[in-house]
Design a protein around this ligand. Sequence first.
Ligand code: MN
Length: 419
Amino acid sequence: MVLNSFVQVHPDSHFPLENLPYGVFKPQESLEPRPGVAIGDYVLDLSVVSSAGLFDGPILNSSDCFLQPSLNKFLGMGRPAWKEARATLQKLLSSDNPTFRDNASLREKSLLPMDKVKMLLPAVIGDYTDFFSSMHHAKNCGTMFRGPENAIPPNWFHLPIAYHGRASSIVISGTDIIRPRGQGHPVGNSPPYFGPSLKLDFELEMAAVVGPGNELGKPIDVNEAADHIFGLVLMNDWSARDIQAWEYVPLGPFLGKSFGTTVSPWIVTLDALEPFACDAPKQEPHPLPYLAEKNSKNYDISLEVRIKPSGQEHSSVVTSSNFKHLYWTLTQQLAHHTINGCNLRPGDLLGTGTISGPEPESLGCLLELTWNGQKSLSLNGLNRKFLEDGDEVIFAGCCKGNGYNVGFGTCSGKILPAP
Ligand code: MN
């Protein structure tokens, strides 16, 4: 059954009453940031809803979590608070509830056209970790750099591999990305190249936003890990392949990644994604007990990447993938992250790694799509091996329900020339 809101929601909208994703926005440049949820083409200002005393459930009626400039406090309150907020908002926004429907001044104060507000990062992100959970991506990259016999390293099937990323350079969708400069891999006997990256790439990823964290020294059980994940965003892990290839031995990615990571503004909650849960791939060999889940699941989320070159009117689709192709689940990633006692905190971001599918048209980065520049993609007649200055890269993600969508909107960024 499709839920009905008194707010007009187009059937193609990513943001019907079934979704209600959370973000942080400024209604005007001069006003303070505040939390909101998306409904159709509008943003509902949760600071207004909260100040009006309309969160009347037992947990939220005395909380100032929606009077904060970030979602961190709400994230830390955990699933009972999230469930209460969702139930209250679905009730208040439904077509048969008069509270907002019949109160024009309340509507005017609280429902703002989405294209008039400025979206900000939804949370203060203290730490950011990026996993490597797509087997297809791991296999393709390994084949390119080590040959088909040694493509997937022996540890890959036993643990979700990750590196610690840079939280300070995570930016909100729409922020320009400056082409990084750095050292590139030497060719033959020549010294290493220094200059603007010649192999700038996107990585199609999603990221989990951590809810309640854990105390240092107290790991989170894999079967309780879902209660520590608030929801998901789209994420572009921009990557300079030439810098990465030269620097990554033996300590892993560094300056080839840390110049920028873009996230989408709306966090879609696991509660909204639940109707789209599906079986995770069978894991062989069977993981060690601390990673073995009673109920292992993925989500069926269609993902698409478009590139819009400078001067072209239209963007071209370069790949279509799906979140369900990931081998390691979100909950296994989170449990593995804390098994040594490492403490996660509300707002931490856990990237999935590039989400490549099994088909050639479902590969999640240009490195794979062009096989490290050995072939070109055609964008309305323009050739691309890696990103050029002026290219805008646009991710979209959406779950298709029966008569409605639960979508993520878009995650975009444009490449500016190196300084
Ligand atoms: Mn990545």
